[in-house]
Every structure is written in C-alpha cells, then in structure tokens.
Design a protein around this ligand. Sequence first.
Ligand code: OAD
Ligand code: ZN
Length: 244
Amino acid sequence: MRVLVLTGAGVSAESGIPTFRGNDGYWRNLDPTKLATPEAFARDPQLVWDWYRERRQRIRNARPNAAHEAIARLARWTDEFLLVTQNVDDLHARAGVAAEKMVQIHGDIFVTRCSHCELCRCDYKHEHEYEHEHEHELGIPTCSKCGAFMRPGVVWFGEQLPRNELERVEDFFDGGACDVVIVAGTTATFGYIIDWAVRGSRGGGQLIEVNPEETPLSGFATRLVREPAAIALPRIADELIKCG
Ligand code: OAD
Ligand code: ZN
C-alpha cells in the first residue's frame, strides 16, 4: 500500500495550537496570515519574533493528539508512505513519524536562521527563551557571522518553498501512484496542496478529505469526512490497516 498524507493546522488544533484562519488564531488582535510575511518582519521584527516565541512555547507545552498518533501508526504500517505537512510544529515527529517519511514543506518553527547569510541553528532547547517569564522582553536575535537579524526558519507568504523538500515530494511521486491520499486539517489555500492531492490519487486511488468544513479541495475528494481530525483519523487508519 502506498499512502500520501497532507496535513495543515487543523491537525494540531486539538493539541491547543491555534490555526491560522480561525478566530482563535488572532494574536493581540492581529491576523496571523499578516504576521507570517516578509513585509511584517521588515516593518516590525520585534513583533514578529514575539509572536513566534509565544507559538514556540505553546508548541513545547503541547502534546501530539490522536490524529498525529494515527498518522504515525499509518507511517509505520505502510511500506511506502510520505507525510507532507504545512505545520511548522514538531507534533508529527513527537508522535513518531520518522524524519525520512515526513516533509515539513513550510519549515520548522524551532529553527532560527539568518535573514542574510546561511547561518542557522536549532532553538528547541534555547533556555533563555523559555526561562524568561516575559518572553516579549527578549530582543531580536542577530547573526554572529554577519550581524543581520535572525528570523524563524519558516516559509512566509510569497516565499519559495525549500528546494530539497520539494525534491523529496517529487521523488515520492516518481515512485508511483498512491492507493490512498488523505488530506487533513487544511484550508488548502495553496495550489500546490491541491495539485499534490490530485496527482497522488490520479491512478485511481482514494482521495479522502478530513475537515469539518468545506474547502477548495472538497470537489476533488472521493470521500469527505466532516469530523475533527482526532476523531476521524484513528478510525481511517484502523480501516486501512485492517483491509491492507
Ligand atoms: P488554516 O488555519 O488555514 O486552516 C485550518 C483548517 O483546519 C481549516 O480548514 C479548518 O476547517 C480545519 N480544522 C479546524 N479544526 C480542525 C480539526 N479539529 N480537525 C480537522 N480540521 C480542522 O491552516 P492551514 O491550511 O494549515 O503557511 O494553513 C496553511 C498555511 O497557511 C500555513 O502553513 C501557513 C498559513 O499561513 C505559511 O505561513 C506559509
Ligand atoms: Zn548572517
């Protein structure tokens, strides 16, 4: 069985991580889709860092939910499996999806990289970040090599997707058509998410959408599951494992 899973913020919603487009995503009355942009960082890097630091801390305190666990179970059980997530949190990894079976197409929130040169570091355990009671008192990190501002290692609106991660997705498609494609917890606002879902299922495979709401992808799906991911995915994983 060959399985492709595409996920978005809705899969982490039940772990308490706010989605981008829901009302709960607003932070200090600001729209997250406007904060996750190069323009916002150029205008007010401190504000953007404050937001990302709060998100980092929320993610550190969160735990994978039943949806992450069901996907990890599928990943272990299927011979040919790829998870492409738009989520920059580490909840899929903590649920047990191996790095070689997962592509974080929008980057990793715990990476801090230079906005100018190639310097980059992982800030998962950067103690100064979370020992501080008032994270917003922290400043903007600067590069030890070139002095420029450091930025979170995520893809912002309008930026290119990371080339090696794109290649990994292409390699998976080169390996053949999928029996099942599952798209869960994403508004599928980006064309490439719809393209990958449709391409993956082109050989006659199922295309399952898990989302309480309709999305631009719904019209392409062969099965619509209008339930929260943490309820639907464990059942879908069980079904596939039983009949596979
Ligand atoms: P969004 O916040 O746009 O969408 C979340 C989706 O999850 C919506 O379609 C909800 O209906 C659905 N949803 C909410 N709760 C759910 C639950 N419990 N179970 C299943 N589905 C649920 O998040 P994304 O589609 O991931 O990119 O957003 C895509 C990208 O836009 C993000 O990666 C980020 C953002 O801007 C960048 O920053 C480049
Ligand atoms: Zn630098």
